[in-house]
Design a protein around this ligand. Structure first.
Ligand code: SF4
Length: 338
């Protein structure tokens, strides 16, 4: 097992074709200082994202998975530059966008969009569905009013809504339909990358499948790249090409979907997988029940952050931080036992 070379994005193996990634994130950190006391003295920090690297090629989906509080949504928001990174770099189409000002980010935002988790609260209840989608075009000064309406009508039909529903308000739609409005809004500016921040977690299982299938159809048609964030491996299984597993601000395992599901190497991935139902009753998977919640990112456990919950933890796990190493081509893991 070899340690990653500096700046080598994990998961990019030497045997992989050297197609330039559309989105490349290297050693991304986002720490939130905690203010305390009367004089607002800066005290401790929340280590929400603590050295995360990955890349996504055009037309590819990377699933980013971990329990609530592991920092995966912060990764999405920092990559979009809705939050300023503490350290690291974000490159879109070869261009470093890490330090761009708000004004310089404006045209870049057209290329990267987000679909939020909660379709109930992410849509303005006082605006019609058509206006919500059109607003994206208006804010970016695209087209005449008539051209924008035409584009919105096309988007509605593309995401499985009726043109007549453009005049309806968010409360008149079902949860799945509201998420379709969110998808139409994300598509309005013809982005290259879409970050889905738990985009189906608030939906019923049957509706989840419909929305995931819609996203996959759109990807095939428009060659979109997705960073698909979820807390559940079952949700990302269908849509992802590769999967990164996050625990307490760090990626602990990163590989292609098939390898992750058939040959997981990190005990945390093993535990997440044991909660995924297997359709074939003859196949048995080892059950690992995780005890307790994710520890606080304000004071993460020493050594391997996972040692407080890991069934295989050894003494050295409490003191030595495991490096993220290449376990096999295209497969990286951070565990002392691998
Ligand atoms: Fe478990 Fe130790 Fe591996 Fe961490 S390094 S995952 S505590 S065995």
């Amino acid at each position: 097992m070899t340690e990653l070379a500096p700046n080598q994005a994990p998961g990019r193996s030497p045997v992989e074709t050297e197609e330039a990634p559309l989105l490349e994130v290297v050693d991304l950190k986002k720490h939130f200082p905690l203010k305390k006391g009367l004089l607002s003295r800066v005290g401790r920090k929340v280590y929400a994202v603590d050295g995360v690297s990955f890349h996504i090629k055009q037309g590819e989906t990377l699933g980013l998975v971990g329990e609530s509080g592991c920092g995966k949504s912060t990764v999405g928001r920092t990559v979009l530059r809705l939050l300023d990174p503490t350290a690291g770099s974000i490159r879109l189409n070869g261009r470093d966008i890490t330090g761009l000002s708000k004004t310089a980010m404006r045209p870049v935002r057209r290329e990267m969009q987000i679909i939020f988790q909660d379709p109930y609260s992410s849509l303005n209840p006082r605006m019609s569905a058509g206006d919500i989608v059109e607003e994206m075009l208006r804010v970016h000064g695209i087209g005449t009013a008539a051209e924008r309406r035409q584009r919105v009508a096309e988007l509605f039909e593309r995401v499985g809504l009726r043109k007549a529903q453009m005049n309806s308000f968010p409360h008149e739609f079902s949860g799945g339909q509201r998420q379709r409005i969110g998808i139409a809004r994300a598509l309005a500016l013809n982005p290259k990358v879409i970050i889905g921040d738990e985009p189906v977690s608030a939906l019923d299982v049957s509706i989840q499948a419909q929305v995931i299938n819609l996203l996959m159809d759109l990807q095939a048609e428009l060659n979109l790249s997705y960073l698909f964030i979820a807390h559940d491996l079952a949700v990302v299984e269908h849509i992802s090409h590769r999967i990164a597993v996050m625990y307490l601000g760090k990626i602990v395992e990163y590989t292609d979907k098939k390898t992750l599901f058939t040959n997981p190497q990190h005990p945390y991935t093993e535990a997440l997988l044991s909660a995924v139902p297997i359709p074939d009753p003859t196949i048995r998977r080892k059950k690992t029940i995780l005890q307790g919640d994710v520890p606080s990112p304000i004071q993460p456990p020493s050594g391997c952050h996972f040692h407080t919950r890991c069934p295989y933890a050894e003494e050295r796990c409490k003191v030595e931080v495991p490096a993220l190493k290449t376990y096999a081509p295209g497969h990286v893991v951070s565990c002392h036992l691998r």
